[in-house]
Design a protein around this ligand. Structure first.
Ligand code: NAD
Length: 247
């Protein structure tokens, strides 16, 4: 059994791949990991993006198994290994159950669930073989409270992510591979803006800590869960919601 002891939250010498890296959370996580000493490869669906100083960017559609192989084979060939995988690619849908279409269900599942399956199916066995890996997926408070402003497809997809991460945590633990989920409440990003066009409810009425989250709140929690600071934590789902959800 491979064991890793806890230590300071630095990522010196580690190689991290981030999906959805051009989004608000992915970008903040990429930069925080870079500052903590990691080599960071941020990926997203756009052909090009400027993520931050010292962060590499590559185009990658998480729904494609072929692109998954191409990306991860290339990263491993160039950098030797992948220590950290953060799964931030995601889309939201708000339709009610009765209004939701097959297309909406398919696209939500393709990006939010298959987009976790594809890169982990490739990397999880490699990480197990190398005796170390940290996998962190963006879940959501929606998987716990039935959704803040999202529809059933998103809630179902994020619930699947939380479940799959628990499976990986259990299967990976004897091999030194960690898997955790972030369960953010509303975070002020493009995604949140897209669902609150008519105006968000006042944060001090809905969030115990009195404000919505920002990308840096998420990045610092991600750094904790992907660094040696959390080497006795796996299979957890970290509520990061200003107190909106507590368990
Ligand atoms: N913003 C919130 O309030 C909130 C709350 C809980 C969970 N989340 C989750 O956190 C994650 C990041 O969200 P965000 O707020 O930064 O959103 P965002 O929209 O800023 O970023 C999501 C990124 O995913 C990328 N993406 C979409 N489809 C893709 C695909 N097929 N392949 C690769 N990349 C793709 C987008 O291009 C975008 O850059 C998402 O999984 C989201 O569901 C967000």
């Amino acid at each position: 059994m491979t064991q890793h002891m806890s230590g300071p939250a630095n990522l010196n010498g580690q190689v991290a791949v981030i999906t959805g890296g051009a989004g608000a959370m992915g970008r903040a996580i990429s930069n925080a990991f870079r500052q903590a000493g990691a080599t960071v490869i941020a990926t997203d669906i756009a052909e090009s993006a400027s993520i931050g100083e010292g962060v590499e960017y590559r185009q990658y559609d998480v729904t494609s198994r072929e692109q998954t192989d191409t990306l991860l084979d290339a990263v491993i060939a160039e950098h030797g290994r992948v220590d950290i995988l953060v799964l931030c690619a995601g889309i939201i849908a708000r339709s009610s159950l009765e209004d939701s279409t097959d297309e909406e269900w398919d696209s939500i599942m393709a990006v939010n669930v298959r987009g976790v399956v594809n890169p982990t199916r490739k990397l999880f066995p490699i990480m197990c073989k190398q005796g170390f890996g940290k996998i962190l997926a963006a879940g959501s408070i929606a998987a716990k409270n039935g959704g803040v402003a999202s529809g059933p497809a998103y809630v179902a997809a994020k619930s699947a992510v939380h479940g799959m991460v628990r499976w990986m945590a259990k299967a990976g633990a004897p091999h030194g591979v960690y898997a955790n989920t972030l369960a953010p409440g509303p975070v002020e990003t493009a995604m949140w803006a897209s669902i609150t066009k008519e105006g968000a409810p006042a944060a001090n009425a809905t969030v115990p800590l009195g404000r919505y989250g920002n990308a840096e709140d998420i990045a610092q929690a991600a750094l904790f869960l992907c660094s040696p600071a959390s080497n006795w934590i796996t299979g957890t789902s970290l509520d990061i919601s200003g107190g909106m959800w507590m368990d």
